[in-house]
Design a protein around this ligand. Structure first.
Ligand SMILES: Cc1cc2nc3c(=O)[nH]c(=O)nc-3n(C[C@H](O)[C@H](O)[C@H](O)COP(=O)(O)OP(=O)(O)OC[C@H]3O[C@@H](n4cnc5c(N)ncnc54)[C@H](O)[C@@H]3O)c2cc1C
Length: 388
């Protein structure tokens, strides 16, 4: 019997939302359904990315998702502050949901509908309906795992309205002049309008614990320091994003349902140093939309190979994380970032795009060491030998 759909996307988050959009653009003949347990496709997030993270064509097709774009961004550290001529942009769940709604027939978008079981060719919903398909993709987000060695970027952000203009020219991606604790701490600010900003209190931490009230207080204190009078909190978001220091990607992928393709965080597709996954999800969507067919075997093989290839290409970023999370002590984490931001704009841009060259790494690992070299080498060696 012919399956009901060509492709069923389990989980209506960022990765599957982008796959649905790209397929609608390039392969409108493919019958796609997307199933989300929450009330809306994409949840309620902002997803930012840097100008160099995706290519021209990817910028074009994701353009409707971008709510804000800036030509430059700034960083602030105790010893220096600078503005980098690298673009930055923000997309959000509302736009993703609107674009998916424009791209798929209404009866192919199922929300408030948990998936309870999947096989390579079927998805069982909580109401016992079974969707049959040639292929199934699991994009149900972050999975608990022991196969990846993770640390965390955690934050709480508030979008606020101010009593007067803030006078910011662009985002402040890291204001690390704030007191340090629980790892590397910085405040991230996006100016959405003259009196409308997103302020996030952020930590690169060893643990996942988040104390929302403390972070809210930090945001209020930071606003006062900047001379900003908060009139109203418009919305709030919190995240605990994985950062990778090591792991076994094949083992991680094998933890999924046998024969079912995984995408997004479920496939370990995130930047090891920033936890960002928007660019990886854009590339994955391009890759899926270019497949010659959507049988479960083709999709599973292609997605698995892609995830392994991407993971294997990012070893240097995980080494950088070992320096940051294992070798650096106390405030040295901030010093590592401060020194890193002395490099030219294009090298920094390539780090965020996970696209550095050998010459970049030579520059990053030479020069004035932010931590004692013997300690750094000892840490790396111990990790390689399995002493974590
Ligand atoms: C607050 C926040 C801010 C972030 N900011 C950025 C950023 O600025 N830039 C960036 O690149 N990354 C950012 N990230 C990280 C990353 O991009 C996101 O986590 C991204 O949403 C991951 O995409 P995904 O598709 O893998 O998972 P998700 O977007 O989490 O999608 C998974 C979806 O599956 C659904 N689901 C789970 N179980 C089931 C089930 N049984 N049945 C049906 N549906 C199910 C979930 O409800 C969810 O909607 C942020 C993350 C958070 C939480």
């Amino acid at each position: 019997m012919k399956p009901e759909f060509d492709l069923v996307l389990a989980g209506g988050g960022l990765a599957n939302g982008l796959i649905a959009l790209r397929l609608a653009q390039l392969r409108p003949d493919v019958r796609v359904a997307i199933v989300e347990s929450g009330p809306a496709i994409g949840g309620d997030h902002t997803w930012s990315s840097f100008g160099l993270d995706i290519n021209e064509e990817q910028r074009r097709w994701t353009h409707p998702l971008f709510a804000h774009r800036w030509d430059c961004y700034s960083v602030r550290f105790p010893r220096h502050a600078r503005t980098l001529a690298v673009g930055y942009g923000t997309t959000n769940s509302e736009r993703l949901a609107a674009e998916v709604a424009r791209s798929l027939p209404p009866d192919c978008i199922l929300t408030e509908m948990p998936v309870v079981a999947i096989t390579p060719t079927s998805v069982t919903l909580a109401n016992q309906r079974v969707l049959t398909a040639s292929g199934v993709i699991d994009g149900r987000g972050q999975k608990k795992t022991d196969s990846l060695d993770l640390r965390w970027q955690k934050f709480l952000g508030q979008e606020v309205e101010l009593a007067a203009d803030h006078d910011l020219d662009g985002p402040i991606i890291m204001d690390a002049t704030v007191p340090q604790h629980d790892g590397y701490r910085f405040v991230y600010t996006l100016p959405y309008g003259p009196r409308h900003v997103l302020i996030e209190d952020t930590y690169f931490s060893d643990g996942r614990d988040l104390a929302p009230d403390l972070l809210r207080k930090h945001i209020a204190d930071y606003a006062v320091q900047q001379g900003w009078d908060i009139v109203r909190v418009i919305r709030e978001e919190a995240g605990i994003l994985p950062l990778a220091i090591g792991g076994d990607i094949a083992k991680f992928l094998d933890e999924g349902t046998p024969g079912v393709a995984r995408v997004g965080l479920a496939a370990g597709l995130f930047h090891p140093v920033t936890g960002y996954s928007f660019p990886d999800s854009v590339r994955m969507a391009d890759m899926v939309a270019a497949l010659p067919d959507f049988s479960s075997a083709t999709i599973h093989r292609a997605c698995r190979d892609h995830a392994i290839r991407v993971w294997n290409s990012r070893g240097m970023y995980r080494i950088l994380n070992r320096m940051l999370f294992l070798a650096a002590q106390d405030e040295e984490r901030r010093t590592i970032l401060e020194r890193f931001y002395e490099h030219p704009d294009d090298l920094v841009g390539r780090l965020y795009a996970a696209n550095n060259r050998l010459t970049d790494w030579r520059r990053v690992f030479s020069g004035r060491p932010p931590i004692p070299p013997l300690r750094a080498l000892g840490t790396l060696l111990r990790y390689e030998l399995g002493f974590k």
